[in-house]
Design a protein around this ligand. Sequence first.
Ligand SMILES: [Cu+2]
Length: 121
Amino acid sequence: MPRLTRLLSYAAVASAVLVGPAFAHAHLTSSVPADNASVAAPSEIDLIFTEGLNLKFSGIKVTGPDKQDVELGDSKLMDGDKTLMVPISDPLKPGAYTVDWHVLSTDGHKTSGSYSFTVKP
Ligand SMILES: [Cu+2]
């Protein structure tokens, strides 16, 4: 029954398209400090993603109020590899900070973004 076979294969293709890739990209769910938050100087930055990450190809850059890069320690993964934790080496002085992040999720997709927070005087 070639017509039925053809219909079935169309249906298979359609459902594959609807379901989409088995894994989603890693999207930033939340962070500490949070986006636009005004906080006391943090000792680390935590980025919580929707998917597990590959540490080797994931990282952040933090830029301070003087446009200088903030010195960071070695990042590590926590919480089922979904949280990227990055220690801050020196205490942050008051001002506006920007976090630029880039990650590779375990499904092999890269995502990136940025957000800002403020350290209170
Ligand atoms: Cu993906």
